[in-house]
Write a protein that binds this ligand. Structure first.
Ligand code: ADP
Ligand code: ASP
Ligand code: MG
Length: 406
């Protein structure tokens, strides 16, 4: 069997017309000799009746702080509704489709509600169904714990379901169908002349995704990479070939596509708060340990870290900023906080080898008078913290300056 996993995102299943395009993609895969396994996300985007955001708002209308376990039970419904509707459309097209929840598809997760991690995939039920000629339509984004609790996999997690099923079933390929023609050098909603990347490595995409490119979930990339399963990101709405994510270039195996590209793309992560604690320079090294230990003990992840004699500076997601401040307060530290920040990054496998990249980066932002609040670089990325209102301009300026435009 040449198994292919085809995942359709929210906009790809949002209306009857679009669902017919999905049927075409599945029929085409079968005509090409593939045995498809379909994965679907909840229907539509924010504001639409059965979208995940709508279900979250509904649950929070009782109490904003509703527990994660209960939030998962309502989020679970979005993918169930979508999979049932899609199964019905496929049955109408004479395909022997069968709907499966994440649990029924064999996906076991830990009990980390709203951000569950897949622990195991038992593919036996899907394999039996495939041998019977059926088309499984699996609810993305969900799993079940060993104790039978329903869980979800983190926002955007239907991609993770598709990659995990692809790995467990030894699929020839995993296709991620969405509303853009592939992975681009920047979010096309911000940069109108962003370019489609036709081939990229798992590492590059994983970096782009971690730094905010929402087009694919980073965990999906990491799972596919472990088993070297090719991922293709493409559009439900066109016949464009999309972006192939792999470790292999067209020249042959073992040639890593990362190595020769200076910049692959520009991304951003919104909703960041910057925390600054002033310390006595004489004791600041032991004090800074205490500060980061407090964050770790309270499960708060920190980013953009600068430690100097007399000062510690770092960022956290805005949602946990209050918690961070409260816990620092308990330890006797008064932190200054700056809300409404965002981290803008240029990602590229070759970035560390080239002199002058930081100068180019800063020049791009200075051309538009964009204040830089903090910087950080790694092997594959350079990032800066800027104010929320400067994000769009910063992304556009960097995209232009690094020659990524079409
Ligand atoms: P789906 O519901 O299909 O999973 P998502 O909204 O999760 O769709 O992801 C697709 C969206 O990702 C696109 O509409 C696009 O605006 C956004 N996006 C962000 N960064 C990029 C990028 N670098 N390339 C392509 N799309 C991107
Ligand atoms: N419906 C879920 C979300 O909106 C999962 C997904 O779309 O991948 O996050
Ligand atoms: Mg998505």
């Amino acid at each position: 069997m040449r198994i292919i996993v085809q995942k359709f995102g929210g906009t790809s299943v949002a209306s009857p017309n679009v669902r017919n395009l999905v049927v075409n993609k599945i029929v085409q895969a079968r005509e090409q000799g593939y045995t498809p396994v379909v994965v679907v996300s909840a229907m539509g985007r924010k504001g639409e009746p059965y979208a995940t955001d709508t279900l979250i708002d509904l649950a929070r209308s009782g109490y904003r702080g509703i527990a994660a376990r209960e939030l998962d039970q309502i989020m679970y419904c979005g993918e169930i509704i979508s999979a049932v509707v899609m199964t019905s459309v496929l049955q109408a097209a004479d395909l022997d489709a069968i709907m499966l929840t994440g649990g029924q598809a064999g996906i076991t997760t830990d009990a980390n509600f709203t951000n569950g991690r897949i622990l195991k995939v038992d593919s036996s039920r899907i394999l039996t169904l495939l041998k019977m000629g059926k088309v499984p339509v699996v609810c993305g984004f969900q799993g079940i714990t060993a104790d039978g609790e329903f869980t979800t996999l983190g926002r955007g997690g239907s991609d993770t379901t598709a990659a995990a099923l692809g790995a467990a079933l030894n699929a020839e390929m995993v296709e991620i169908y969405t509303d853009v023609d592939g992975i681009m050098t920047a979010d096309p909603r911000i940069v109108t002349n962003a370019r489609i990347l036709d081939i990229v490595s798992y590492n590059e995409v994983s970096q782009l995704a971690h730094q905010g490119a929402k087009v694919i979930h980073p965990r999906a990339v990491e799972i596919a990479m472990q088993k070297s399963i090719p991922l293709v990101v493409k559009s439900t709405f066109s016949d464009a070939p999309g972006t192939l994510i792999t470790n292999i270039t067209k020249e042959g195996p073992e040639v890593n596509v990362v190595s020769d590209r200076l910049a692959t793309g520009v991304t951003f992560l919104p909703k960041i708060a910057q925390l600054k604690v002033t310390l006595d320079p004489a004791t600041s090294h032991t004090e800074s340990y205490k500060i980061f230990k407090t964050m770790a003990d309270n499960g708060i992840s920190v980013d953009l870290i600068n430690v100097h004699p007399g000062q510690v500076m770092f960022t956290v997601h805005e949602d946990v900023a209050e918690k961070a401040l409260a816990n620092l307060g308990k330890q006797g530290y008064q932190a200054a906080v700056l809300y409404d920040c965002a981290k803008v990054s240029v990602v590229g496998g070759g970035i560390h080898e080239v002199p002058g990249v930081m100068a180019t980066f800063i020049e791009a932002l200075s051309l538009y008078d964009i204040p830089i609040l903090q910087t950080v670089d790694s092997h594959t990325s350079i990032s800066v913290l800027v104010k929320k209102d400067d994000v769009e301009m910063a992304v556009k300026a960097l995209h232009e300056k690094f020659g990524l435009a079409d």
